[in-house]
Design a protein around this ligand. Structure first.
Ligand code: UD1
Ligand code: CA
Length: 480
């Protein structure tokens, strides 16, 4: 009992110092963000650490780091532990500080490992590496609640609070403490207001309170959430803020939660595009893993995937099942079903597909057509040119109004080196031709079907490179 009284006295005495120490102008304080990412995430059943799992193509941890940087953190501090090397290698940046939590003894313990890195006179925001959708604006509002007398806590009301820490308020509606699921009484389990894990406070408050947290609880862990009760003991107020969208505070602990969060996230992205005028055939079958901008009146049919940075002009029509990666598709282009376009530039009023594959560094100029089962790599298809059926065009320049017949192949590789094919304006290449590079088919030339072309064809010439047809009379068919 005496011990307890002395301890309380110590808290109160020191907290007076704490406030004096903190009377400085809070507005000019540094922002420090600590991101907890040491856990294995055993419920993922994965060889890689949980925070490296991807949401919409970007790892959970990269998302949180980016948010921390946008909030104004000079150098976010990432606490690693399980497979720390993998996490560091993945983030690989001079603008991040890493600290290692050797044993995962709980969230408070994880924060204590980061404390030596914290600048004095700073506001510290704690984020969890497995809560990837938290918004910059929400964190800024939370930071605005921090003062020498108050700390900020992000909470939210949810219908199924299962698994989260519960927010316990007193009769004045002031936050009293956070009780973890495993430590909660049946009454507390019925509370719908939950802890999101996001806390903001001054470095002085954190350094004062953190060492006072113990591990006497159901999981024998040092819970960061215990800091709330301790803050109240020394008379600090706990000011709560709620996010504008629930998705911001959803944690990812297993593959089911990851899958559900992915769908919610994709739906929001689809809605944003629809809000700016794009028609999406089914927002539940739309995937954007990166950035996508679209001009007026674009249409996107079901099951299209957009990876990396993509830009669509206006009136672009994309049929079902297309995969578009880091590409630009200009006004009025039509991408037919099942096409793949990667690091390419598709100009105005072109038609691509169905079943076309544009590999990196392809330029399809205005009004050109690339048809079914055509593969193009590192090539330019000139204005109005057509490569309509079953062809391979690699390392080639096609000028305007070229027609490439079905089954044509540019033989660009001799087993060691790559070579270029040039095809001038208004050239016609007959079906099933083999153009052995380096070779130049000049303006207006015509290549007979089935040719193997190994030397240049001059302007307006017919190039024909195949054995002459023989017809043998009175041919006797083989007998059985
Ligand atoms: C935590 C909160 C809970 C809150 C929930 C929100 C605590 C004690 N509980 O529970 O109140 O409702 O988040 O999502 O804080 N980590 C470390 N080192 C450790 C332990 C954890 O770095 O020793 C990291 C994990 O990698 C993870 C984060 O901290 O990124 C949260 O840990 P997790 O075990 O997922 O906590 P929850 O049970 O979800
Ligand atoms: Ca979690």
């Amino acid at each position: 009992m005496l011990f307890l009284i002395l301890w309380r006295l110590d808290l109160v005495f020191n907290s007076v110092n704490l406030r004096r120490q903190n009377s400085k102008d809070l507005e000019n304080m540094n922002i420090e963000v600590v991101i907890l990412a040491a856990g294995k995430g055993s419920r993922m059943f994965s060889a890689s650490p949980k925070v490296l799992q991807k949401l919409a193509g970007i790892s959970l941890i990269s998302r949180v780091v980016k948010t921390a940087q946008s909030v104004g953190a000079r150098k976010p501090i990432v606490v690693t532990g399980y497979e720390a090397k993998q996490v560091e290698k993945h983030l690989h940046s001079e603008k991040i500080s890493f600290v290692k939590q050797k044993e995962q003894l709980g969230t408070a313990h994880a924060v204590s490992v980061a404390v030596p890195k914290l600048k004095t006179d700073s506001i510290v925001v704690i984020l969890y590496g497995d809560v990837p959708c938290i918004e910059v604006e929400t964190i800024k509002v939370l930071i605005s609640k921090v003062s020498s007398d108050a700390i900020g806590l992000l909470t939210v009301n949810i219908d199924s609070p299962e698994g989260y820490g519960r927010i316990v308020r007193d009769s004045n509606n002031s936050v009293q403490e956070i009780v973890e699921q495993k430590d909660a009484s049946p009454d507390q389990l019925r509370i719908n207001e939950v802890n999101t894990g996001v806390i903001a406070l001054t470095d002085a408050q954190l350094k004062f309170l953190l060492p006072k947290i113990n591990n006497q609880n159901a999981q024998k862990e040092y819970y960061l959430t215990d800091i709330i009760k301790l803050a109240r003991t020394i008379g600090l107020e706990v000011k709560t803020v709620s996010p504008s969208q629930l998705i911001e505070v959803q944690g990812v602990n297993d593959k089911k939660q990851l899958g559900n969060l992915e769908r919610s996230y994709q739906l929001i992205q689809a809605q944003n595009l629809m809000d700016s005028g794009t028609t999406i055939a089914d927002p539940n079958r739309f995937d954007q893993r990166g950035t996508l901008s679209a001009g007026a009146d674009c249409f996107i049919d079901i099951n299209c995937i957009f990876e990396g940075e993509n830009v669509l002009g206006s009136e672009v029509h994309i049929e079902s099942n297309c995969l578009i990666i880091d590409s630009k598709i200009a006004d009025g282009a039509r991408i037919k079903a099942n096409s793949i376009i990667e690091k390419s530039h598709v100009h105005e009023n072109t038609t691509i597909g169905p079943y076309a594959r544009l590999r990196p560094d392809t330029k399809v100029m205005p009004n050109a057509k690339v048809g079914n089962f055509v593969e193009i790599k590192n090539s330019m298809i000139g204005d109005g040119s057509k490569v309509n059926h079953l062809a391979y065009v690699g390392d080639a320049i096609l000028e305007r109004d070229v027609n490439i017949g079905a089954g044509t192949i540019t033989c660009n590789y001799d087993g060691t080196n790559k070579h270029k094919t040039s095809i001038g304006e208004n050239v016609f290449i007959g079906s099933n031709s083999t153009l052995v590079a380096p070779v130049h088919i000049k303006d207006g030339a015509f290549v007979g079907a089935g040719s193997t072309i190994t030397t240049d064809v001059p302007d307006n010439c017919l190039g024909i490179g195949r054995s002459k047809q023989k017809n043998i009379e009175n041919w006797q068919r083989p007998k059985k």
